[in-house]
Design a protein around this ligand. Structure first.
Ligand SMILES: [Zn+2]
Length: 403
C-alpha cells in the first residue's frame, strides 16, 4: 500500500519514491510507488501533475486502493526516483478548495443552504447550493467567508477508524460509503467535514474569496467563485477594462458607468430620430419610385437595389412604394448579405406568396410572407444588380400576362 504523504503534509512538494510496479497503459505507463506526494483526483479536486525521475506525470488516479501515476516513459522496478509535483498548480487548487469549504460553511451557517455539487476546474470553480439565494445573501456569505480568511485559522486533517468514531462530530457534510480510516478536515472555529484532498495549512493562504457569478440551477443556486491568485487576476483584468473604458470617455473610473449609461441613452434617442427621418425620407423616395414605375400590362412594377438599408427601413420603403395595382421589389446589399422585400398595393390580384419563390430562387436566398408583404435574405450579395434586372424582366412579363 502506497504511503500517501500528501495526506499528512499538504505542502510537501517532493520526495524519493521506489517503483513498485510499472505497466503499459494508454499512451504511456501506470506506475505505483512505495510512497508519493502526488494527490490522485478526488473530493472534486483534479490530480497533481509533475515529474518522477525523467518521467512526466500527466495524471494520477486511485483504483482499487492503488495510486496509479500515468507517466510518459517506463521506470525500472525497484528504482529510487525523485518525485516532484507542479506546486503552482497544486497550491492554486488548494486555495480554491479550501475557499470552497469556507464559502460552503458560510452559506450553511447563515442561510442553511447546503452544498450539493462542487466543480473545480483549472480556470474557475463552482458550488451548487440547494436553495435560491439573493444577491444580498451572496454578498453576506462572501463577506463571512473572507472574515475566516483574515483570521488566518489553522486547517487540519485527522483520521478516524470507524463510522462510529465520527458520528458525534459536528460535520457540515459527511460523504456516504467511506472506507475507514475516515479523513476529517477541520478549520478551527469554522468548518468540519469529510474530505480526501489536500488543503491550505492556514486560511490566510487562500488570499481572498470572490463570488463572480450566480445563476439559478435545478431549483437552487450555482455560485462561480475565484480564490487567491485567480481572484487577483480577475480583478486586474476587469480593472484594466474599466480603465480603458474610462480613458475612452475621458472620465475618472468612478464616472465610467454614468458615461456608458449616457452614451446608451443618447444612442437610443439618435436611433429614434434616425427612424423618424428615414420615414419622412421614405415618403419622398417612394414618390420617386412610383413616378419611375415600369408599366406591366394593367399593373405597375417597382424594382430597385439599394446599399446599407436594414430590413425595417427596406420594408417601410417597399410598403410606401406599393400603391394601387403596384408590385414593389426592393433589395439592399447590407453587410455582405442581400435583403429583399416584396410588397403589393391595393387591387393587385396575386398573393405575394405566389411570387416569392421566384425571388428566392433568383437571389439564392430564403424568405416568405403572405398577403401583401414578404421578406427574404440571401447570404451573399454578389451579382445583386444582375439579379434585380433579371427579376424585373421576369415580373414585367408575369404581370403583363395577368388578366
Ligand atoms: Zn476539501
Amino acid at each position: 500500500m502506497t504511503k500517501r504523504l500528501y495526506d499528512l503534509d499538504s505542502h510537501m512538494t517532493e520526495t524519493e519514491s521506489v517503483v513498485v510496479s510499472c505497466v503499459p497503459a494508454g499512451d504511456g505507463f501506470d506506475a505505483v510507488f512505495d510512497q508519493t506526494v502526488f494527490f490522485p483526483e478526488g473530493g472534486g479536486q483534479p490530480s497533481d501533475t509533475g515529474t518522477l525521475g525523467e518521467a512526466h506525470v500527466s495524471h494520477v488516479r486511485e483504483e482499487g486502493g492503488e495510486i496509479l501515476h500515468r507517466i510518459d516513459r517506463a521506470l525500472p522496478l525497484g528504482a529510487r526516483v525523485a518525485g516532484r509535483i507542479d506546486w503552482a498548480r497544486r497550491f492554486d487548487l488548494m486555495q480554491q478548495h479550501t475557499g470552497e469549504h469556507l464559502l460552503s460553511f458560510s452559506f450553511y451557517e447563515l442561510f442553511s443552504a447546503s452544498n450539493v455539487g462542487f466543480h473545480l476546474a483549472l480556470d474557475y470553480a463552482t458550488i451548487d447550493f440547494d436553495k435560491p439565494l439573493s444577491h444580498e445573501q451572496i454578498i453576506e456569505a462572501e463577506h463571512l467567508a473572507n472574515r475566516f480568511v483574515w483570521r488566518n485559522l489553522p486547517v487540519s486533517a485527522s483520521f478516524y477508524e470507524s463510522e462510529d468514531a465520527v458520528k458525534d462530530l459536528p460535520l457540515r457534510k459527511h460523504s456516504e460509503g467511506l472506507h475507514p480510516p475516515i479523513r476529517i478536515v477541520s478549520i478551527e472555529d469554522a468548518d468540519m467535514c469529510t474530505c480526501c484532498a489536500p488543503h491550505c495549512r492556514k486560511t490566510g493562504e487562500i488570499g481572498s474569496i470572490f463570488v463572480a457569478d450566480t445563476s439559478a440551477y435545478k431549483g437552487g443556486t450555482r455560485v462561480t467563485f475565484f480564490c487567491g491568485e485567480r481572484a487577483l487576476r480577475l480583478h486586474r483584468a476587469q480593472h484594466d477594462d474599466l480603465d480603458a473604458i474610462a480613458r475612452r470617455f475621458s472620465c475618472p473610473r468612478d464616472g465610467a458607468l454614468a458615461a456608458v449609461r449616457k452614451l446608451s441613452d443618447d444612442y437610443g434617442a439618435l436611433k429614434k430620430s434616425e427612424r423618424d427621418l428615414a420615414r419622412t425620407l421614405n415618403g419622398y423616395m417612394a414618390a420617386e419610385l412610383l413616378a419611375q414605375a415600369a408599366p406591366a400590362g394593367k399593373y405597375r412594377l417597382v424594382v430597385r437595389l439599394y446599399a446599407g438599408f436594414d430590413a425595417a427601413r427596406l420594408k417601410d420603403l417597399a410598403q410606401a412604394a406599393s400603391e394601387e395595382k403596384t408590385l414593389a421589389l426592393l433589395m439592399s446589399e447590407t453587410d455582405g448579405r442581400l435583403l429583399y422585400v416584396l410588397s403589393s398595393g391595393g387591387g393587385f390580384p396575386l398573393d405575394v406568396s405566389e411570387l416569392m419563390p421566384a425571388v428566392n430562387a433568383a437571389a439564392n436566398g430564403k424568405g416568405g410572407g403572405r398577403g401583401t408583404l414578404a421578406q427574404g435574405t440571401a447570404p451573399s450579395a454578389v451579382g445583386a444588380a444582375e439579379t434585380a434586372e433579371q427579376l424585373k424582366g421576369y415580373f414585367v412579363k408575369r404581370l403583363s400576362d395577368l388578366k
